[in-house]
Ligand binder design. Structure first.
Ligand code: NAD
Ligand code: UDP
Length: 316
């Protein structure tokens, strides 16, 4: 198949490109390098099955570009307000690509009879009042708070995708991705990369709040398998949670990173919990399991892979 991946030079997008090429597809990555990097796809540049188009995902695609599937992953993804690559620092870019971008790409896919998948997020649940979160839960999201540029634009992206499916016969699906980590994560301020980098430099773990908030961390290869499973086997119009349902507090994450790196690092409570930061997050993945998908890699095994990756890079 010929497959478009927007955000293909990003963390998840580049791993998705790898996996699709590995199984024999031709992949066209579209990315404006806002938060991604050419380094993430450098190893693919000589592949006859790979093409990179440096472009804005909000813009019209070349008319003669034909394809069978389109994965829309382009969007900043980190909430960390201290980081220039975060969606807090890029509010308008974030809202645009998840709203206008999704709209335009739904039209592009529809015009070619191609399948479409929208990468949504666990953030659509906001600071959840239901636990673990099922797809049927409608969330507890602020429409005006600092995270709203991301949360609400992803929710609207789901609405746009659903409307194209319902009213325009688009063959589309959506995935709500929960915290995912692995090699090629950029230093965009997300907790796993911050803690691993801190440990590799024997620095303290910068903890926001009391560190008792929870997240469920999924290794990138499991997540990519899940995205492909939903595209190929998921039901048209449906949304699927994708993540690893094992839940950890942020302090527990720090302990695991400390153990695996052998660092002397301790937690440092650097600032209050950011406004609207979810207290708990854990996916109910029953629906995706029904497609035959299951995450296989536990936190220690996945973190070891990330640590080795960073240790073999020049500047961790
Ligand atoms: P990332 O920042 O590494 O990748 C996003 C990519 O999109 C980057 O390469 C960036 O340059 C590109 N991009 C952004 N705006 C663009 C635009 N207008 N046109 C073209 N390219 C553009 O982040 P990621 O972690 O790989 O996230 C990928 C997708 O998955 C995002 O949509 C994100 O919201 C979603 N997601 C990720 C996670 C996670 O834990 N990694 C969790 C939930 C949702
Ligand atoms: N966090 C932290 N220190 C950091 C970065 C994040 O304590 O350096 C916390 C953050 O407040 C949140 C959790 O770790 O409670 C996960 O944050 P992340 O940015 O990875 O993504 P989120 O799940 O909030 O989207």
């Amino acid at each position: 198949m010929r497959i478009i991946v927007t955000g293909g030079a990003g963390f998840l997008g580049s791993h998705l490109c790898d996996k699709l090429i590995e199984r024999g597809d031709q992949v066209i990555a579209i990315d404006n390098l806002l938060t991604g990097s050419p380094n993430n796809i450098a190893h693919l540049q000589n592949s006859p099955d790979f093409q990179f188009i440096e472009a804005d995902a909000n813009a019209a695609l070349p008319e003669d570009l034909d394809f069978d599937q389109l994965y829309h992953l382009a969007s900043p993804a980190s909430p960390n307000k201290n980081n220039a690559q975060s969606y807090m620092a890029l509010p308008f870019e974030t809202m645009q690509v998840n709203s206008f971008g999704t709209w335009s790409l739904c039209e592009e896919a529809l015009a070619r009879g191609a399948k479409f998948l929208f990468a949504s997020t666990s953030e659509t649940y906001g600071d959840p009042l239901e636990h673990p979160q099922k797809e049927s839960y409608r969330g507890n999201v602020s429409t005006t708070g600092p995270r709203s540029v991301y949360d609400e634009s992803k929710r609207f992206g789901e609405t746009i995708t659903s409307a194209f499916i319902r009213h325009q016969r688009l063959d589309g699906k959506m995935v709500r991705i929960f915290n995912t980590y692995g090699p090629r994560m950029s230093s965009d301020g997300r907790v796993v990369i911050e803690f691993v980098r801190a440990a590799l430099q024997n620095k303290r773990f910068p903890v926001f709040g009391d560190g008792k908030q929870t997240r469920s961390f999924c290794y990138v290869s499991d997540l990519v398998d899940g995205i492909i499973t939903v595209m190929d086997k998921g039901e048209k119009g449906e949304v699927y949670n994708l993540g690893n349902p094992k839940e950890f507090t942020i302090l527990e994450l720090a302990e695991v990173v400390k153990k695996l790196t052998g660092a002397n690092s301790e937690a440092e409570f650097v600032e209050n919990l950011p406004e609207d930061d979810p207290a708990r997050r854990c996916p109910d993945i029953t629906k995706a399991r029904g497609l035959g998908w299951e995450p296989k890699i536990g936190l220690e095994e996945g973190l070891k892979k990330l640590i080795v990756h960073l240790q073999t890079m020049k500047t961790p």
